[in-house]
Design a protein around this ligand. Sequence first.
Ligand code: GDP
Ligand code: MN
Length: 411
Amino acid sequence: MSIPVLIAAKRDSFMNIHEYQAKALLRSYGAPVSDGRVVLRAEEAKTAAGALDGPLWVVKAQIHAGGRGKGKFKEAGAGDAGGVRLAKSVEEAADEAKRMLGRTLVTKQTGAPGKQVNRIYIEDGSGIETEMYLALLVDRVTSRVSFVASTEGGMDIEEVAASTPEKILSFSVDPATGYQPFHGRRIAFNLGLTGAQIKQCVALMGTLYKMFIEKDMEMLEINPLIVTDKGDLKCLDAKMSFDSNAMYRHSDIAELRDTTEEDSKELEASKYDLNYIALDGEIGCMVNGAGLAMATMDIIKLYGAEPANFLDVGGGATKEKVTEAFKIITSDPQVKGILVNIFGGIMRCDVIAEGVIAAVKEVGLKVPLVVRLEGTNVEKGKEIISTSGLDVIAADDLKDGAEKIVKAVKG
Ligand code: GDP
Ligand code: MN
């Protein structure tokens, strides 16, 4: 499988949490964050804002995506303002919260469909002296945890990396020694911190590293990390993702999962124990075995198209499971063609054929379908498909299948 696809597949095995949840976790570790209240219903907004001191309030849409400040709401009546707003009174804060709740926020990270705002975080506003960028992540090249820091905070870090890479400091931590104060000093000097801020930085970086390791995080991004008008460091925004495979040992974190933020097709697939990951392409794939799934995606790319998903129905899939898998693929409006590529070992080709036919009967078939079957009961499987009356393009092997589906889609 190509590296970008593999990374995309990998990224989706992470669990994200909301900013307010990440900040509660930061607070529990003693990291500096503002006081705040979460609001789920418009009626609660005034009480929530009133519980904070003022004179400045920040009202923040809680979605699993960044770029909220510069985002725009889709609906009329939500005004032109984005998903992070400053307010000068309790009333103003409550109004902003009401304006955002239930509406759809579109940011650079949500993509065109946007995300519905179901939770609002109202925070005590901070006076800002400087905004900086800080992140911890798992560096797959060195197999270590890396720090990334930059003076260019509050901005899109990809943009900084592209235009002024010299403004980004990045280094990894040797797991044998773990975090050491010199790591923190290196970041502090690079960010131009002075006096007491250096000490605060050394302590904060140690805290972040500790929680990153203890909680099996994949990524922790503080953008911006600020120096307040009082000269102290503070985490003004927080984005955290965790390794899903480690959630069994972090029930406290697992509880924070908000499935309404997740891809509905992936959620549906997980119910049926299907290994499904949504991607950006136009060819839906149904394959058995992760290796064959990767090979299928690669060969689709080789013939000039992009896979719409990664889907491994597993070794011992039932007819019901295959039906569900097919339904999930066809429910994706991006899918312009489907390639079923099955090597029947434990999995029998006739079971796959029956599953596909059952699914097509239920949901219909509006796009070309290429089926390549090989292995156990292949003759029976092919017969079931050819006598079904379905408009299926049969393929002899992987190459043939990929060529045919790309041709059917691209014309
Ligand atoms: P994002 O747009 O989703 O990354 O949301 P952030 O939490 O990073 O907020 C966006 C921007 O709003 C920040 O970069 C700040 O400039 C501003 N902002 C957020 N909180 C405060 C605050 O407490 N006080 C002030 N003055 N500005 C804030
Ligand atoms: Mn931010």
